[in-house]
Write a protein that binds this ligand. Structure first.
Ligand code: GLU
Length: 419
């Protein structure tokens, strides 16, 4: 029987393999196996009908060795401590690869947002913020959007934190709306980064985007933006899915039209109709005939039980942790190249960093500058990961973790252990 999926175990396994390849001593990286701080809070919310419900919330700081903890907050029924711990560790790795001056953190609330009214959601967000306020701050731990949270959520967090601390503090959170100190380009940044990685991968394989058919799992901010930008830059998007199922069109979907369709709250892909579009299952999106697959939904999607069916020869991970370690081995055997999450979806946190820099300077950049700098950082990170992977004859994921570990270990050695 296969063991139940544990995202933190998954992370530890990849880290351990990278440490072995680098020949690190246990004492060099022992501390990275444990988050620095784990906070669990109970958040009472007065519901619209007058009853009180209490939600479980978490904030984990995996590492603050390279800078303040940084990472999103997700609202999802699957959120628990193991998941938040894994997501926090992935942020430490991601920020180290992107070489931005942050450690890693993550937060979450176990909740089904579909069941809440706008008012309930606001009260939940503010209650959660007040409870994690003692450990967040612009120089300590900086949240951002993640699954089911967005600019509005960040606005409530910034407002609550500013009120509680008695000081206007835009830099306590990133991914804010531009009207209140957000950065232009932040909303699309993760999807844009995925698009940049897809082009890099394809080019290095000697292909042109115009020759590549792409399937995208997930039509949220990351998946939908990646699909749209990839189509705009020459790829053919043949499949796309959301929680309700998938759609397929061999000659290519119209992603701009789909994005517009989905922008109306409550609409789902299962009800989308257009010429030549057929409806398929979420599983079929992962295994459909395409050259490049972008899992951009949740973790634990490409597993030992479906990896064999993947027909794409390249994968660019838009989501965090979509591929299990067992699946990774199967994909490698099949010769499928994987641009790992910690590189492929780092566009979001890179522009979060730009937002934080702008907040601290109280000086705001033009969109072109944001996008150019994002591209520069992503290409640089990609090149470094690619080189290390080639040199050690390992996967891009291993290469990425090796770079991150080297940087984390270097910081740890220099700072030493305080008592
Ligand atoms: N939630 C995003 C991620 O997983 C963004 C984090 C951030 O911008 O801090 O990378």
């Amino acid at each position: 029987m296969t063991k139940a999926y544990d995202p933190y175990e998954n992370m530890l396994h990849v880290m351990q393999t990278a440490a072995d390849t680098l020949g690190l001593k246990d004492s060099d990286y022992e501390i990275f196996k444990y988050p620095e701080r784990e906070l669990k809070v109970s958040v009472p919310v007065t519901m619209d009908n007058g009853t009180v419900r209490v939600f479980d919330g978490y904030r984990v700081q995996h590492s603050t060795l390279r800078g303040p903890a940084k990472g999103g907050i997700r609202f999802h029924p699957n959120v628990d401590m193991q998941e938040v711990k894994a997501l926090a560790a992935w942020m430490s790795i991601k920020c180290a690869i992107a070489d931005i001056p942050y450690g890693g953190g993550k937060g979450g609330v176990c909740v089904d947002v579909q069941q809440l009214s706008e008012g309930e959601l606001e009260r939940l967000t503010r209650g959660y913020t007040a409870r994690i306020a003692p450990i967040i701050g612009e120089d300590t731990d900086i949240p951002a959007p993640d699954v089911n949270t967005n600019g509005q959520t960040m606005a409530w967090i910034m407002d609550t934190y500013s009120k509680v601390s008695g000081q206007y503090t835009p830099g306590v959170v990133t991914g804010k709306p531009v009207e209140i100190g957000g950065s232009v380009g932040r909303t699309e940044a993760t999807g844009r980064g995925v698009m940049i990685c897809a082009h890099e991968m394809v080019e290095r394989e000697g292909l042109a985007a115009s020759q590549c058919k792409v399937a995208v799992q997930g039509a949220g901010n990351v998946g939908m933006t990646a699909a749209r930008l990839m189509q705009e830059t020459g790829f053919t998007i043949v499949a796309l899915s959301d929680i309700s199922g998938g759609i397929y069109k061999e000659s290519g979907l119209d992603t701009r039209e789909i994005a517009e369709y989905l922008s109306v709250k409550g609409r789902l892909l299962r009800d989308y109709q257009a010429d030549g579009v057929t409806h398929i299952t979420n599983e079929q999106v992962l295994s459909c005939k395409c050259d490049l697959l972008v899992p951009a939904a949740m973790e634990n999607q490409i597993t030992a039980s479906n990896a064999e069916e993947v027909r794409a020869h390249m994968i660019v991970e838009g989501a965090n942790g979509p591929t299990t370690t067992e699946a990774d081995a199967i994909l490698a055997d099949k010769g499928i190249l994987v641009v790992p999450d910690v590189l492929a979806n780092s566009g979001g946190v890179i522009v979060s960093y730009f937002e934080w820099v702008q907040n601290r300077q109280m000086y705001y950049w033009e969109e072109e500058e944001v996008n150019d700098r994002l591209q520069q950082k992503m290409l640089h990170a990609f090149e470094q990961v690619y080189k290390v992977a080639k040199k050690y004859k390992v996967s891009l994921r291993q290469g990425a973790y090796m770079i991150a570990l080297q940087r984390l270990v270097a910081a740890s050695r220099m700072r030493g252990i305080f008592l």
